[in-house]
Design a protein around this ligand. Structure first.
Ligand SMILES: NC(=O)c1ccc[n+]([C@@H]2O[C@H](COP(=O)([O-])OP(=O)(O)OC[C@H]3O[C@@H](n4cnc5c(N)ncnc54)[C@H](OP(=O)(O)O)[C@@H]3O)[C@@H](O)[C@H]2O)c1
Length: 216
């Protein structure tokens, strides 16, 4: 079993924590204020058998780390997690969403087309083995989703082949087919899929869908 640190307390953090606990992995979730996080997540932690802590405590606890915070806070959260992160596999589920009203159902990003949050984080934290994943579908569908047409594609991107293999195995255990998008620059292509995934939801309240790559 692998101890997982989850930096985050929202829907993504809770969905992945539930899935990881279901596979038997120890999990610690973390927020900005450890006491507030413990109080807010008391029921969830009790129900799932998860622990809670500060970012630094979670970073020390986790052999693998998940980043599941608002995109604009991602770098600051990794800073706060500190040196215990060094060398670890970081699953980056974040998207670079601006705090702004979507335009006709299209979320605004603070990155451009030849850039991505995944790359920015990898450049700022070179010791981390970052794998972008779980950012192209809603958190409600992360674990054993039931879509017509079989397993959807979970897009993964990162520079470290071993780290990607570990994430691919986790993705499969959650009922998805991993789809390798190459090095971390692949995040330039996968992060905007969040805009496409959210568009039907923001336009007409349809949040039940996923992407699947099909081939002859
Ligand atoms: N929701 C989805 O279905 C979904 C799916 C795929 C990817 N994503 C991406 O995954 C990430 C997490 O999404 P989410 O919906 O679970 O949560 P969220 O509402 O986007 O973010 C909440 C989390 O961000 C943390 N945070 C840290 N510093 C912050 C700051 N300065 N300002 C605001 N929040 C801060 C919060 O910590 P505290 O607990 O201390 O408040 C909390 O854990 C996002 O980047 C999102 O774009 C979301």
């Amino acid at each position: 079993m692998t101890p997982y640190a989850i930096l985050g307390t929202g829907d993504v953090a809770k969905s992945l924590a539930r899935g990881l606990r279901g596979l038997g992995h120890p999990v610690m979730l973390a927020g900005r204020d450890a006491a507030k996080t413990a109080a807010t997540l008391a029921d969830f932690a009790g129900e799932t058998g998860s622990q809670t802590g500060s970012y630094a405590q979670a970073a020390a606890f986790g052999q693998t780390v998940v980043l599941a915070v608002k995109g604009h806070a991602a770098a600051a959260v990794l800073d706060a997690a500190g040196s215990a992160l060094n060398g670890k596999l970081l699953i980056d589920a974040t998207n670079p969403i601006e705090d702004a009203t979507p335009e006709h159902g299209v979320l605004r990003f603070f990155t451009g087309p030849n850039d991505s949050l995944g790359e920015r984080l990898q450049q700022a934290f070179p010791s981390l083995r970052i794998v972008k994943a779980f950012n192209t579908v809603g958190a409600a569908h992360f674990v054993q989703p039931r879509f017509a047409g079989g397993p959807g594609s979970m897009f993964i991107a990162g520079n470290d082949a071993e780290a990607k293999a570990e994430v691919a195995a986790l993705v499969r255990a959650f009922g998805w087919e991993p789809y390798d998008c190459g090095r971390i620059e692949g995040a330039r292509a996968t992060e905007p899929l969040c805009q496409l995934w959210c568009l039907p939801g923001l336009l007409r309240g349809d949040w039940a869908h996923a992407f699947k790559v099909i081939a002859p």
